[in-house]
Design a protein around this ligand. Structure first.
Ligand code: DGL
Length: 284
C-alpha cells in the first residue's frame, strides 16, 4: 500500500464535510478525496438495501481513484452498511459509529447517554448496540431529529426556529440526566451551539467526526501509512485547497455554497460525477 495515496471520504451529501474538517485538522499532512452523493441524499429515510447499494457504489468509486483508507463519514451508511462495504473493499474502512460510541462511554462517567441521529440510524440501534458492547449497564436514549439536517443546510443553525426545534426534540433526553449526547448525524455539529444551550453545560456533546479522526490517526500510525511530506511548502495546507479533490453526484454549485457556509471556504477542485453503472461495480 502506497502511504502517499489520499484518504477517501464519502457522505450522502454535504454533511460529511464536518468529518472532513475534523480529519483535516487532526491530519494536516494527509490528502483527501471526498464524495458527496448529492443526487441521492437523504439516506436517513431509506431502507437498508438501498443504503447498502449506494454505499458500495460510492466506496468502489473512491477505491477506483486510488485511496489508502476509506472513511464512511455518513452515520446512516456506517450504521447500516459497514459490513457490506468492508466486504466489497480491499482497503481498511472506518465508520463513525464505533469511535463516537467509544468517546460517549469514556466521557459519560457512568451516566446515561443520549444519541440523536437520522430515523434510519436510530431504527438500526447501531449506537445503542455499540455502547452496550462497551458498557452494558448504561442506559441509552435515542431520538431522531430529521429537521436538524434542513436547518443546517439552510444556514438556520443560530435562529429561533433552531432553538424551538431543539427544545422540542431534546425534551426527553434533557429530562434523563445524560452525561453525554452523541451528535450521530453529520449535520448536527453545525447546530452544536444551539444543542449545547438546550442541553445545558453539564452535558458533553460528542462529535463522532472528531472521535473518528482520532481513530484514523491511530490506524495510519499503526500501519505506517502516514503520508511523507517532502517539502515544507506542502505543510501550508488549507481546508478545501487544490490538494483535496471533491466529487458530487449532482448540484455542484449548491454543494459549493453550503460548503462555504459549513467550512468558511468552498472546494477548489469540485467535479460532478456518476458513481453508478461503472464496470467496476458489476463485480460486487
Ligand atoms: N449524512 C447523513 C447521516 O450522517 C445525514 C443526511 C442524510 O439523511 O443523508 O446520517
Amino acid at each position: 500500500m502506497n502511504q502517499d495515496l489520499p484518504i477517501g471520504i464519502f457522505d450522502s451529501g454535504v454533511g460529511g464535510l464536518t468529518v472532513y474538517r475534523a480529519l483535516h485538522e487532526r491530519l494536516p499532512d494527509e490528502r483527501f478525496i471526498y464524495l458527496g452523493d448529492t443526487a441521492r441524499v437523504p439516506y436517513g429515510t431509506k431502507s437498508l438495501a438501498t443504503v447498502e447499494r449506494y454505499a458500495i457504489e460510492n466506496s468502489l468509486f473512491l477505491e477506483a481513484r486510488g485511496i489508502k483508507l476509506l472513511v464512511v463519514a455518513c452515520n446512516t451508511a456506517s450504521a447500516l452498511a459497514l459490513p457490506a462495504i468492508r466486504k466489497a473493499m480491499s482497503v481498511d474502512v472506518i465508520g463513525v459509529i464505533e469511535p463516537g460510541a467509544r468517546a460517549a462511554v469514556e466521557e459519560a462517567g457512568g451516566k446515561s447517554i443520549g444519541v440523536i441521529a437520522t430515523e434510519a440510524t436510530v431504527q438500526s440501534h447501531a449506537y445503542r448496540n455499540a455502547i452496550a458492547s462497551r458498557a452494558p449497564s448504561v442506559k441509552v436514549i435515542e431520538r431522531a431529529c430529521p429537521l436538524f439536517v434542513s436547518l443546517a443546510e439552510e444556514g438556520w443553525a443560530e435562529t429561533d426556529v433552531a432553538r424551538f426545534v431543539a427544545a422540542e426534540y431534546l425534551e426527553e433526553i434533557k429530562g434523563s440526566d445524560v452525561g453525554t449526547l452523541v451528535l450521530g448525524c453529520t449535520h448536527y455539529p453545525i447546530l452544536s451551539r444551539v444543542i449545547q444551550q438546550t442541553m445545558g453545560n453539564d452535558v458533553l456533546l460528542i462529535d463522532s467526526g472528531e472521535a473518528t479522526a482520532h481513530d484514523v490517526w491511530m490506524l495510519l500510525n499503526e500501519k505506517s501509512l502516514t503520508r511523507r511530506v517532502l517539502e515544507d511548502s506542502e505543510r501550508e495546507r488549507h481546508l478545501c485547497d487544490d490538494l483535496d479533490h471533491f466529487y458530487v453526484t449532482d448540484a455542484a454549485e449548491r454543494f459549493s455554497r453550503v460548503a462555504e457556509r459549513f467550512l468558511g471556504s468552498a472546494p477548489s477542485v469540485l467535479e460532478a460525477v456518476e458513481v453508478w453503472g461503472h464496470d467496476e461495480l458489476r463485480t460486487y
